[in-house]
Write a new protein. Sequence first.
Length: 484
Amino acid sequence: MKSSSQALIQQAKEKINEMKLLVANDPYRLDYHIMPPVGLLNDPNGFVYFNGYYHLFYQWNPFATTHGAKFWGHVFSKDLVHWHQAEIALAPDQWYDKNGCYSGSAIVNKEKLYLFYTGNVKNEQGERESYQCLAISEDGIHFEKQGPIIHVPNGYTGHFRDPKVFRKDNTWYMVLGAQTMEKKGQVVLYTSPDLREWNFQGPIAGSDVGELYDFGYMWECPDLFQLNGADLLLVCPQGLSPQGMLYQNIFQSGYFAGEVDWKQHTFSHGDFVEMDRGFDFYAAQTTEAPDGRRLLVGWMGNAEEIGSIQPTENNGWIHCLTLPRVLEWKSGRLIQKPVKELEKLRQEEVRHVAVVVTEDELLLPKVHGSVFEVKVDVHAFQAKEFSIHFGESSFHYNIEKKIATFTRLKFSGEGKEIRQCTLEELESIRIFKDTSSVEIFLNDGEEVFTSRVFHDLNREEIYFHAEEGQVKLDVTKWNLKKVT
Ligand code: FRU
């Protein structure tokens, strides 16, 4: 690597050291999620299985809790539970990536690890340029940059990024997030015989592509894969207006299901479906596990609302990644479950069978904490509404309206805010709570609510409540091990 790279990496290491104590003493540090050692983390990148390890990279600004010239931070794991910090994979040190090594993906080719990422450049006129770049590693830790392999094609702005590369039938494919000159968000497709020469095949989905009109001014972080016979395009459109319970976050993250014609390079698909109903989920990326499972990790964050400050910023860091999930395609819908490996975190199991919840707030022996997994199986729902309260957050299901609601304390600490979705019936709830994060899986992965929560960590009670009737449940609760 060149010396400018060494200097930048040295500065990042010094920043980690300088901030170590402050970061470590933050009570909102997480026990079993991937976090930045210091600074800001955003998208997961380069999720891949290589030489016996899962590798996961992430967008990282080591120098501040704001966005900036991104590095690729790097962790690896044998089991998706215990993650080890690796050396910094990419630093923004070349003319073609000087304002950030932006998001991208990884593939394994001829026993080498290939990273594809976007070089983000602000030119002398202050305009954005982007270059799709390649870096290669033999050991999975040290990467040699190869420079740009794709320049922005005619008809598109500098918002052209986030390459996701995959192989199908002896051809390499790449999907990219793009913006047309008319400010329409799209996903474009490239093909390659050898990973170096790339051929532009045009847009496969987006605003004003096929039957979709005006669906956002930019699409970020696409991913395309087949699951149980369906082709799924994951993507993050920017610029959708809220519609009832939908599109409540600043930017959206979801999928289109359909069928790709790999000869014509077209994709016929259904409507956009949001992947997660919580406040903090974006830029998810998948990979295929050695056993064939389609695994997904997302950024537990989103672009900041103006004036919204997260308390961890006072302690030198912000954001984390979600737990790894396994994806399934069943009866026309995407199912997301926490990976089975996470059961390794469980300890001190407590089980309460056939619990009857009424209008009184019900506390159960040994069911409390701020870092836990709780699983609730609903047997009989003879009430208007059921709720489970933990810390200063709660989950509610109203059976008359068929609406599930997650409520959290606002980051400012004043008042509550909600996210909602419709749900035909409630069969089970699985909550993963980790000091300042919550992931709620409903009906074995039919819907997920992912959010950060910043409340008084001494409030450890978990209680259950029913309105106008009673609900019968089995409740299992585990404390979860600290592995970070
Ligand atoms: C999504 C995103 C990507 C970009 C990266 C920069 O959160 O805006 O489109 O590559 O973040 O950090």
